[in-house]
Design a protein. Structure first.
Lengths: 547, 140
């Protein structure tokens, strides 16, 4: 940014206390709260610390307590988590499905409304990142790892249940109809990886970005509640919201890191015969953590952005390779067919009430929605941080529509190829393999499988690094009261904690139990997101009209 | 010898800068140099300012305050960044070019074991610029 604003004329939209608006007109919220006023700054063993006393202390203690309890009382506690989660998805599936629909409608509405013209960071703000860098980061943080694992598995699974006519089939299934089952399977998969998850991320990210960049509040979940709670967000209600965000982020990351290491180890053992032991997995987690620490020390621009770009380039190479050597024509036509099938089935799939496919709508859809929502504080906050300078319309198109399109292409390519291998070539191996190996077995049917499988493993690992580093940045800024310029050792601390918790849970067991717990945080967060939706509209309405 | 002295300033931690400021003033008077106060701040709201523009206003006020003390001409430059802690060294090197500074005076901490993984900003800037760099250490 250049030193220009001295000669800028005073802004008529600036609030009364004389704080200049960000670049160009924006409507800051009047508050006496000073960011970091509740922080504790201290120096321990030569390391400077700057932390929000209550949020940091309570979330650390609660996290430790949960992990210790889970490790010590696994057998007793796992059923409790399971019961809690079955209750949530079973009885509240309609709530998750309805809420997710609201988020999609809100986002699409914003694209077409005049509010879409408002720019994050003020009317004259300039984006910090190029489209490529920005897009790579939001994709790597938001979904990369899931696409690697479910790209083959989910389309095949839904195809299978639809074709066999089991009780897990989406909608009414398509018993005995291969083409119909494939179409339904792809539509159901795309439903879970398309507009809805990205709308969930968009709502969180947009609300955070709006209240930080245009309203001048700290980059923290609590700020979004300002329109409802007013100054009370700086007290306990706000602490609780932020603690929940830390909780969801840390458990989401830790359990994914642990489960991811299990899966990466399975891939390594399949490819190179590496022992699928605890040692391999611990080494993987340590390696991932070390690279993540390097990345967070290098910062968002030179660390996270660079890794994300490398990752997306590799993922694109793998994608186009499969398109080229796989059933190219089928993928090309399938892409458009799947889009149409998605559109056709969308109303029925997203219907929250009176569903007859309870297993699917509760066990799959509600689970996914809770999962995406529990990840949303972390992904959303990271997306918010790198999105200054974008207009609301540009933001939603890039955070919702573009990634959804990429998801469709990815699922069509990996899932479509696997279904084709099964249907046209009668290859059963992919369907029969364990979920962590399906991608590799699918690749094995194609040329150069040694190379592509290796690329796939590297991709999985680097996607974990990009989750771990951006996650540590997010947790650090929430526990530092919304500061993004807290001392560096704090980021390193969180990255190490994530790795250490993942190892503890991996050795002690209880990863799946804790993941269930993490996903359960999706419920309170759905309410937070509904509030965020309201706050977005209210916040945007009070912005000066962009020209 | 020196015409333009650049002084990196963090308004959030002025107390650590305080002892260095009088040395800067003495140097500037000695060479009759301009002083450019440079800051790198977050583009999200911070403890000092809720917008980068407010930060700029405050840095300007700070510079004018200093001007009253030492009487040398002053100017300011603010860089806002997504990740100020990680980008500060690069932006300071860029600032040296853009302001045409021939001397950088920075307050810095005492060397410690942590420098291996996180080198001091002063040390890092010095290795990436042609300008003279004067590191002012805090006394024990």
């Amino acid at each position: 940014m250049d030193n220009k604003s001295q000669d800028q004329s005073p802004d008529e939209n600036a609030p009364s206390e004389g704080i200049p608006a960000p670049e160009g007109p924006a409507n800051l919220i009047d508050t006496d709260y000073v960011i970091g006023q509740d922080n504790i700054t201290t120096k321990t063993m030569g390391v400077n610390l700057d932390l929000h006393g209550k949020v940091f202390t309570i979330s650390s203690i609660v996290v430790l307590l949960f992990v210790i309890l889970t490790l010590a009382l696994q057998d007793t506690i796992a059923p409790i988590y399971d019961t809690l989660f079955s209750f949530l998805t079973g009885n509240l599936a309609w709530f998750f499905i309805l809420a997710a629909n609201i988020f999609v409608i809100l986002c699409i509405g914003l694209v077409f409304s005049p509010l879409g013209k408002i720019r994050l960071g003020g009317a004259d703000a300039k984006p910090d990142f190029t489209y490529m860098g920005w897009f790579s980061m939001l994709f790597a943080a938001g979904m990369g790892i899931g696409l690697m694992f479910y790209g083959v598995n989910e389309p095949l699974t839904h195809f299978g249940t639809s074709f066999d006519g089991g009780s897990w089939a989406p909608l009414a299934g398509a018993e005995g109809d291969q083409a119909g089952a494939a179409a339904l399977g792809m539509a159901a998969t795309i439903f879970h990886w398309g507009l809805h998850p990205w709308a969930i991320y968009s709502v969180v990210a947009l609300s955070l970005a709006l209240f930080a960049f245009n309203k001048g509040l700290p980059l923290s979940m609590r700020s979004v509640f300002y329109p409802i709670l007013g100054e009370r967000v700086w007290g306990w209600p706000g602490h609780v919201i932020d603690i929940l965000a830390v909780f969801a982020t840390l458990f989401g990351l830790t359990t994914s890191l642990g489960l991811g290491a299990t899966q990466a180890a399975a891939g390594l053992s399949y490819l190179f015969g590496a022992p699928e032991s605890d040692v391999t997995m611990i080494l993987l987690i340590i390696g991932i953590t070390i690279i993540a620490i390097g990345s967070i020390l290098a910062g968002v621009d030179k660390g996270v952005q660079l890794l994300s770009k490398i990752n997306i380039a590799m993922a694109a190479a793998l994608l186009f390779f499969v398109i080229a050597v796989g059933p190219t024509l089928l993928i090309a036509t399938g892409f458009f067919e799947n889009l149409i099938n998605y559109a056709i089935h969308l109303p029925a799939l997203s219907n929250p009430f009176g569903r007859e496919d309870a297993n699917f709508s509760q066990g799959w859809t509600a689970f996914y929605w809770a999962w995406w929502i529990s990840w949303s504080p972390y992904v959303g906050m990271f997306i918010a941080r790198v999105s200054r300078g974008r207009t609301v319309r540009e933001f939603i198109i890039s955070v919702m529509l573009v990634p959804s399109t990429v998801s469709v292409l990815w699922m069509t390519t990996f899932g479509g190829t696997a279904i084709d291998q099964y249907v046209s070539q009668g290859i059963e191996a992919v369907r029969e393999a364990g979920i962590d190996l399906q991608l590799f077995i699918m690749l094995e049917q194609l040329p150069l499988s040694q190379i592509t499988s290796f690329v796939a493993i590297v991709l999985v690992i680097v996607f974990f690094v990009t989750s771990s580093d951006s996650g540590s940045l997010v947790i650090d800024s929430i526990t530092a009261g919304g500061k993004v310029d807290a001392p560096k050792p704090q980021r390193v601390f969180w990255a190490i904690i994530e790795g250490a918790l993942a190892i503890a849970l991996l050795l002690g067991g209880g990863l799946t139990a804790l993941q269930t717990m993490a996903v359960s945080t999706g419920f309170p967060f759905t309410i937070i997101l509904l509030v965020a939706s309201y706050a977005i509209i209210k916040g945007l309405m009070t912005e000066p009209k962009a020209v | 010898m020196f015409n333009n002295i650049m002084v990196p300033v963090d308004l959030a931690h002025l107390e650590t800068l305080e002892p260095a400021l009088s040395v800067v003033a003495d140097m500037a008077r000695q060479y009759d140099a301009t002083i450019t106060y440079v800051s790198v701040t977050a583009n999200t709201p911070t403890s000092v300012a809720r917008t980068p523009q407010e930060y700029e206003q405050k840095l300007d006020a700070f510079a004018q305050e200093r001007h009253k003390v030492h009487g040398q001409p002053v100017s300011i430059k603010v860089y806002s960044s997504t990740d100020p802690i990680a980008n500060v060294d690069d932006l300071l090197v860029k600032a040296i070019d853009e302001t045409g500074a021939d001397l950088v005076m920075m307050a810095t901490h005492l060397p410690s074991h942590l420098d291996i993984v996180m080198p001091s900003h002063g040390g890092k800037v010095a290795t990436h610029t042609d300008a003279s760099v004067f590191l002012l250490r805090q006394s024990k």
